[in-house]
Design a protein around this ligand. Sequence first.
Ligand SMILES: [Zn+2]
Length: 312
Amino acid sequence: MSTPNTSNFGFPKNSSSKCPILISDDTHTDLLVRSSNSVEFRVHKTILAVASPVFRDMFHVVDPLSDDEDEVDLPEDGKTLDRLFRLCYPVDEPTFGSLDSAWNVRKAAKKYIMDAAENRMKEILKQFLPEHPLRMFALACRDGFEDEAKLAARHTLRHPLLSSYVPELEDISGGALYRLLEYRLKCGQLTSELGFDWVPRVDYIFFKSGALHSGACLEMDSGMSMINGRFFPARTWWREYVNRARNALRERPCGEVVTTASLMWPALINAASCSTCSALAHNDLTEFAKVFAEEVEQTTTKIASGMSFVSP
Ligand SMILES: [Zn+2]
């Protein structure tokens, strides 16, 4: 049953990992699966039936008393089926070197209703999000995967608008692209207008009033800011940081923006000239910015959860 391109057990000879599905040479297999590119896999119907109701129903239509090995041709290629089967068996997890290879398995897992494999692929695909959010968004919209579309849309916020063209955009509708742009605009607006009802404490040094401030901190007018529903005096170096953060969020509405050094250092330089602020400014502003970033992320996540990117 082997071919020049397959091992004795039907697995590609050039597979980087050892044959996982035949646990031993005398393991009895009862199904031959043939991929679109004629790679053959000898597998166990019981395993596939447990993993997939599609395969389970498929096996019900064959004669259960027959000892003959069944055969089935599937439209997926050999590499995709190899990785899909490895996710069904108690063997080492497959590796994925590209978004395309992972996405093909994700699609196949959904098609065959392999819930466990689907959930695992959702996690595996996250490794490609930082570098390829727009590609994943387009793939998700093209194939109707709303969860991945939401997640990818959130990650596109970390990159500049129209940062780079990806060919997968040709496969999605103008409506899907419009919704992505609409999402970005909403996120920019709402995160740049965030109030301060989430501030964890009000004894930060930049909320300290009195005439003890000095240097640039004293020379700059302070003002009042609404914190947790009350007005607090706020040092100008902090207020200017917040203004810079809001401007940046309009362009790139993601949490990491408000923790960038280019936003924080001008404030800390001014605070360093003040005998009252200098000792605590770095720690307090860093803590504040971290919570600020979390609030931004919660906001963009909430907006995404209320949208449907795949269809109106
Ligand atoms: Zn000060």
